[in-house]
Design a protein around this ligand. Structure first.
Ligand code: XMP
Length: 528
């Protein structure tokens, strides 16, 4: 599978052939960090497809299988004869060894998991500037028993005689460890050696070149037609709006549906920012009453999400008819979504492609594909951190680029139980104080998310000699890499104290603040 690249688009310099590793995306990101464009492809990609893409290098990923199993995923053997430099990582190395006539067996009592120092036997280009005895990250239960012809070992560990191997004549290399993970001390050096010194890739891909290359492609795709974009104010839709506006100017119409669950002052900020400052046309749709009415009497979290999602699509359909017609719909699809839906992963037992985990919750802004539009998705080859860089290059302020993730259903899922305007106002004020104090303490960019949650119970308190009976607010602060797992943030006491004091003093109807000290798993980041 090589997912639909347009002729005008940049072709990847390095292909990552995926054998079901959890690190395949990470390898792609590391290479892109070296400003070299890379894409993940299925191991079932044919030699002909690879030739068409004309890459300068191929990396064979790790994977959960053992190469000697009957359903072990393989690649076409001719790939090793294309004359394109190849680096096999873990399973990728073992596969190359086996397919080229060597032997791989279970490591018996010598399986390695975690850190291990490597000892360099033979300096070569791949290990250039990689220090002897540097710590690399291992995770393998098999090892090489016999090398194929023309290969020699270039590094070993205490437990593995073949930690790195090379066939310099044919530019084929393998490493048993994972250079892509940050725990591997000289892992990035090794990856850069492969892409620059062995594949001769240029360091020529960055946010600016992405923008310059995307604009004519968008212009060609859209022609003189109108494009509609559902703007939420998050980093993806905002970056998309800036990119499209630069490419097609007023042919772009952004629709901002205010369901009433945004944070304090956010709708006003967005309208001012896009419309007044950057002259990007934004149609403001005030649907606040409509959404809150639909949620009357509803307290089940899933039902709330469903109602908000469905209503969003209804409003979107009605308003796009009113403002249209539009030929194109712009979507902020990102590369991880593309990889997931393309299913480059493989079931180790059957050898079949399998779709990897799909997020259980969907974005309210994620519109169904059966809407009558053609799609414009210029961010579909980018990872989130790359979108931020593109956004920054396009002139988006840090306020948007570094914004914490905010769920599509907004504050409605941070008010547990039934939502009311009174509770929304209360939570908005508390949430504003949380962000204000976290920013003032210089912690905003270190924390993945910091927010307030309103509980649907009342607790007794005392203020100024008077008994109070009011809602508690939960303070939720987490650190995370991708939102899939998270740890609660260890916020200094003085900041917790300040937040708590301000909330109980400044927000009417709140008399207590509690701090959530649950990681994910077992908790989730949001409370609903
Ligand atoms: P959970 O609560 O599942 O959240 O640990 C993980 C991350 O996803 C965000 N989140 C959402 N984002 N639509 C979104 O666009 C949603 O419905 C949604 N629900 C949760 C959450 O804020 C966290 O960053």
């Amino acid at each position: 599978m090589v997912e639909n690249l347009e002729k005008e688009e940049r072709y990847p310099s390095v292909l990552i052939m995926d054998f079901g590793s959890q690190y395949s995306e990470l390898i792609a990101r590391r290479i892109r960090e070296a400003n070299v464009f890379s894409l993940v492809i299925s191991h079932l990609t044919s030699c002909d497809e690879i030739k068409e893409l004309n890459p300068k290098g191929i990396i064979l990923s790790g994977g959960p299988s053992s190469v000697y199993e009957s359903h072990a995923p393989l690649c076409e053997e001719e790939i090793f004869k294309l004359g394109i430099p190849i680096l096999g990582i873990c399973y990728g190395m073992q596969l190359m060894v086996r397919q080229l006539g060597g032997d791989v067996t279970p490591a018996k009592n010598k399986a390695e998991y975690g850190r291990a120092p490597i000892f360099i036997d033979n300096k070569n280009l791949l290990l250039n500037e990689v220090k002897d005895k540097s710590i690399m990250w291992m995770s393998h239960g098999d090892s090489i028993n016999q090398l194929p012809k023309n290969f020699f070992k270039i590094a070993h560990t205490d437990n593995t005689s073949h930690a790195a191997i090379a066939n310099e004549k044919e530019n084929l290399f393998g490493v048993q460890f994972h250079p892509e993970v940050v725990h591997s001390e000289f892992g990035f050096t090794l990856i850069k050696n492969f892409v620059y010194k062995i594949c001769n890739c240029q360091s020529d891909w960055n946010a600016q070149t992405f923008i310059e290359e995307s604009i004519p492609i968008i212009q060609k795709q859209v022609g003189n037609k109108k494009v509609l974009l559902a703007l939420s104010g998050g980093v993806d839709s905002s970056t998309l709006a800036f990119l499209l506006h630069r490419a097609i100017g007023d042919q772009l119409v952004c629709m901002f549906i205010d369901q009433g669950f945004m944070r304090k002052d956010e709708p006003e900020f967005l309208m001012k920012f896009f419309d007044e400052k950057f002259h990007i046309k934004v149609e403001y749709i005030n649907s606040r009453k409509r959404f809150i009415n639909k949620l009357k009497g509803v307290s089940d979290p899933e039902q709330k999400r469903k109602i908000i999602g469905t209503e969003f699509i209804r409003v979107f359909e009605e308003e796009s008819k009113r403002l249209g017609p539009f030929d194109y719909l712009a979507q902020g699809t990102l590369y991880p979504d593309v990889i997931e839906s393309a299913g480059t992963n493989v079931d180790p037992k059957t050898g079949e492609r399998i779709a990897v985990k799909i997020k259980s919750h969907h974005n309210v802004g994620g519109l169904p594909k059966d809407l009558q539009f053609k799609l414009v998705e210029p961010l579909r080859k980018l990872f989130k951190d790359e979108v931020r860089k593109v956004g920054k290059s396009l002139g988006l302020p840090d306020e948007i680029v570094k914004r914490h993730p905010f769920p599509g259903p907004g504050l409605a899922i941070r008010i547990l139980g039934e939502v009311s305007n009174e509770k929304l106002n209360c939570l908005r004020d508390a949430d504003w104080i949380v962000r204000d104090e976290i920013k003032k303490a210089g912690l905003y960019n270190e924390i993945w998310q910091a927010f307030a949650v309103l509980l649907p119970v009342k607790t007794v308190g005392v203020m100024g000699d008077k008994r109070t009976y009011a809602w508690p607010i939960v303070l939720r602060c987490v650190s995370s890499e991708d939102g899939m797992t998270a740890d609660w943030s260890k916020i200094p006491d003085q900041i917790l104290e300040k937040i708590s004091n301000r909330i109980v003093n400044e927000v009417a109807q709140v008399n207590r603040v509690v701090f959530d000290i649950t990681s994910k798993p077992p908790g989730t980041i949001e409370w609903e």
